[in-house]
Design a protein around this ligand. Sequence first.
Ligand code: LMR
Length: 331
Amino acid sequence: MSVAASLKSALFTVLLCLSIGAHAEPQTLIFAHVVGENTPKGKMAEMFKSMVERRLGDHYRVDIYPNTQLMDDDEAPFAIPEGRIHFAAPALSKFEQFTERLKVYDLPFLFANMGAVDEFQRGPIGQELLTHMAGEGIYGLGYLHNGMKQLTLATPFERPEDMAGQRFRSMQSDVLVRQFERLNAEALPMAFSQVYQALADDVVQGQENTWSNIYSQRFYDHQPYMMVSNHGVLDYMVITPTEFWQSLPEDHRFFFEYAMDMSIKYGNAVALAKNTNDRIEIERMSNVTVMVPTEEQLRRWQQVMEPLWNEYEAIIGKEVIDAARALQSGI
Ligand code: LMR
């Protein structure tokens, strides 16, 4: 072969290799959430992104939209089955348009602590709940923790009676609305991104959230009174469109599963640390009073709120509520 011919053939080979090597652009996967980057959910999303891009970067890029930049979490459960986004982690309270059964997580004082939540989620009902919306296009990849919710208010309070007539922001959940009604208070469901302003403008006088959210959203600016109530749970389900999930090549799906598992473990560790540290930061603030109720005081709150368990038994399912109750008494 002449020099010119072999150069030509080498060039052809290089071009061929380049064209084979030049994949289509990586597919962009969207992860939308409503909290800051420095939160359990924010940290989990970032770890997932970095693991996927490091291993499968030729195929996927994960774009994270924190702080409600793309949509709020009331919209996310609709955007997932429509395939508008690929990942989200809404609070379990935000699925009421799709299922009654997840309302178990909103029942006040049903879960004594995050250990009980963990155990319930590892059990058969908790696992089944992860995928029970798959037929509607919402596939649960795992549970991510934030922590126990605390009650906060603009004015001093100690007893359930002190809540009468106050308006509280709640998530979009009829159980949570009923919870405040049991206190003779009013609940105003609204998106997370609106809460700070609603507190500042006195549209609502109180709210319930975890230490991590109270701290990262600066709710303490307008909520000088707080109670270590631990009365409810803020936990998330990481969701993806069923169709997208099933369409992934098997080896990619395995890796996604692994990456999600690792990221959730990391997020849960962050949740534990943040809720401990952020509580300490808040308790240090000179303008905030954090009340720690006695067991006796807490029992009074429980007595007022717990009738909701019976009220929702037929709606949520007795076996679901019983599975959570069994963890309380150890039976
Ligand atoms: C809320 O709306 O209070 C929470 O769901 C926000 C979040 O995602 O932590």
